[in-house]
Structures are given as structure tokens and as C-alpha cells.
Design a protein around this ligand. Sequence first.
Ligand code: HEM
Length: 493
Amino acid sequence: MYIRETLFAIISTFIFHLIWKWKRFFYLASKIPRSQFDFSWQGVKDVINADNRIAFKMIYESFDGIDGLAKTWLGPMLFVIISSPEDVKIVMNSRDCFDKPYFVRWPGSIPKGSLFGSLDYWHKHRKILDPYFGQQKLKKFATLFDEKSKILTGNVAQKLNQGDFDIFHYMTALTLEIILNAMELDVDIQNLETKLRDVTIKGLETASKLVAIRMFKFWLHPDFIYKRTKMYIDETKAKSYAYTYAEDVIDNIRKKLNDDIDEEDKPTTFMRALMSPKFNLSESEISDEIKTLLVAAQDTTGISMSATLLLLAMHKDKQAKVIDEMHRVIGNNPDIPFTDFDKLNELHYLEMVINEALRLMPVVPFVFRSVDSEITSHEGYIIPPNANLIIPIFKIQRNKTFWGEDADKFRPERFEKENIKKVNSYAFLPFTRGPRMCLGWRYAMMLMKIQLCNFLVRYEVDTSLKYEELEFELNVTLNICQGFKISIKERNI
Ligand code: HEM
């Protein structure tokens, strides 16, 4: 008798708790203003049926007029759009928002490394990797970045005086080659037979596109349904191409390091740290982290460098200022190494140009987070646990309220010390901020500077594309529909 009553009490408390929890969830959600971002059945259908260009425009425009918090529903899922720098600051620094929604880390879909792993997983991996991505540790990659960038400038010489071509493919081959070499796999992607190179790069592009589409098709979220679709077969195929090199990296480094890795008390590179018995990572953890770094480092930096060159090709007066500075600081000889950190740090205008390119064309246009416990926005709205947060970086970085009337224009001077200190730092988020910000931001900035020095000292860039006519595509990473089309001629020194 006593057992039955206890059981009844436990079950009723549990049910009561569930009802209370969900009642509070819907109550708090109802208080958040609704956005015009219509994720209703028709809205989702429209986005899915539209091509990537229109889909991006639809989503981008639907964020119009949101300067604070707004909600929308995707089927049963609550999405809260966070678009003021004050709220971004709360979200990026709150432990209750460090996690990513389940739909960005479907089992098997995306590797579970530091980017998409569960919170425990992320914490453990980030702690191992962080020390290897500081400026001092990265200095040892400067020569690698410089030598590989010189191969790229040599390879594009075949396009001299031949009109527009898409620089993006050269850039992604460069970034893939560099990250693999940084992982101690001595591979020569840029000069590789193009078929294998393109298949690998295409594999990455296709896999990320399919992941983005699945995000919208919420009925495909359960694995047991998704695994019966053609999309799943396509994704599996694309992934097998995308990660062609990942297993080679592991085999190679195992052979190379053999026993001496056991003796390394302080591993010298991030790859050695991942493999070190000191950190006790399983085979699948190492493999997932390597795949994560391959994905995270390649397109992102490739697109950002291509975008910077394209913007400079469109704004010749700014290109002239970059060149003046380069000639003054590093000279005009394209054959010398551009690896002197003191000099690279003096290239202030180039850094402003890169920042402005990252502002106007942020490679990651939206970031998602999920909420673990209630958090309060700066206006006092309470966001309930289980809500998904969208931070529309693309929109925030072009918002006239934060960036002024010319927010859509390319004006690197806005990053001058005096000007940028008037802008809330949480309105500039290409790498986001807080403990989950991009692990590789210093790596990316250093590579971009070295690569752009090599390219621009040697070539003058031009384009037939017009800035006002640029259109963007929806993908996991941001893309330009017209391609990163530039033309080059030898620079007159
Ligand atoms: C211009 C180039 C790059 C851009 C714009 C970029 C941007 C980003 C963004 C927006 C995030 C998401 C942060 C968040 O969720 O709050 C991220 C995460 C990450 N990025 Fe990058 N990234 C770039 C290059 C790189 C490179 C070169 C690497 C590695 C070598 C890298 C490794 C990572 C990793 C591991 C994460 C996950 C961090 C975490 O969740 O703790 N990224 N990146």
C-alpha cells in the first residue's frame, strides 16, 4: 500500500513538473515579440523551394526591422532571434547558452569535434587546443603560410591579362593544403591533379549544403526518417569525398610520430596534442576533431581572402592605399618572405580592409545556440530553456543603427581607432565573441595577411563585377552568386 502511494506521488510530481515546465515555456515564449520571419509551413516551403539566392534574400529580408529580440516557430521548435549587441553580449558570455541546438550536430552527420560536439566534448577539446592557437605558437606556421601563398601567386600567373576568373578555387586549394600541412601531412594540393582536389572540395561544399537544407526540413530531423531518404545517401557520399584526407592525416602522423609521441611531455603542435596519450582521446575523438578542423579552416578563410580581393578590385582607391602601406612597410619585392611579425603587425590599413570585408561578407552569416536555463535579455524578456537562438551576424554587421547610414558601403576607415571605439564591439562578429568564439581566428588573420601581401605586391586586381550588383547565396557558409571574379595584371613597381 505504502509503495503504491509513493509511486503515485512520484509520478504525479513528475507529471506536474512537466506540465508546469511546458506551461512556463509557452508563457515566456508568448511574451517575446513575434518576428515577420515566417517559419510556418508555407514559410518553410517557400524557403526550401526557392533557389539558394532567393532563400538567402527571403531570410535576410525577414530580419528587417528587428533591433532587439523576436521569436518565430519552426514546427514545434521555438527560435529567438538575437539582434542587438547588448543581447549578443549576454548570449555569447552566458554558460547557459554555450551549447548548440541538436540539429547542428546530428549523429554521423557532422563530426563531433569542438565545433559541434556536446558541451562536455567541446570543453575537453577546446582546453586541449586553445594553447596551440595563440600568436606565439602560431608563429611557426608563418613560413608555411608564406611558401604556400607563393605557390598560389605562381599558379595564377597563367591568368595574367586574361580577364575575369574565379579566385575562390585557388584559395580553397591553398587553405586545404595549408591546414593539411599544419597537421603534418606533407601534401601538395595546389599542384595536384585537379580532379581529386575538386572532388574533395566539392564534397565539403555539397555536404554543408545538405546539412543546411535538412535544418529547414524539420520532419527530416529524426535520424530514422532521414536515413531512408536520398538526401542521406547523397550526404554520405559527399562526406566520404570531403574527408578523403582525414584518415591519411591520422595514419601518416601515427607512422611519423610512432613511439616518440609517448615521450613528448609538452606536445609542440595541435596535431601532436590531439594524438598525445597525455590527453587520452579515443580514435573517434581524434578523427572527429581532425575533420572539424578541416571543415572549419578551409572554406572560411578561402572565402574571406577571395572576398577581400574582390572588394579591393571593386574599390581601386582603397587598393592604392593598401599598396602604399605595403611598399612602405614590407617593400615591393614579391620574392622575399613575408613572415616578419613586427612588420605584419604594422600593416594597419590592410587589417582594416580585412575587417571591413569580414563585416560586409561574414562567412558564417548566422550562428545558432541553445538555451539550457532561463536567461534574461537586456530589455527584461526571459528566454526559456530549450529555445534555439539565432544570431544573424550578416544582418547585425550591416545594421545602420550600429554602423551608420553608410553601413552597406565598403569603407575600411570605419575601423580606424577613433571611429571603431564608437561602435559596440558585439556588433562586429565575424569570429563571434566569448568562450566559444572561433578557435582559429588568429591563424586565419595571419594567413590572410601573409597571403594578401604576396598577392597584392605582385598583382594589380580588377573586376567587371559591380559592388551594388552582388548577390548572396544561402549555405552553411556565405557565398556570392556571381563568384569571386577578378582579373589580374602584373603590378608596376
Ligand atoms: C576567416 C576565417 C574564419 C572565420 C570567419 C571563422 C568563423 C567562425 C565562427 C563564426 C565560428 C562559430 C563561433 C560560435 O559558435 O560562436 C567559428 C568556430 C570555430 N572555428 Fe572558425 N572561422 C575562421 C577560420 C577558422 C580556422 C582557420 C580554424 C582552424 C584552424 C577555425 C576553427 C574553428 C573552430 C574549431 C570553431 C569551434 C569553436 C568552438 O565552438 O569552441 N576557424 N569560426
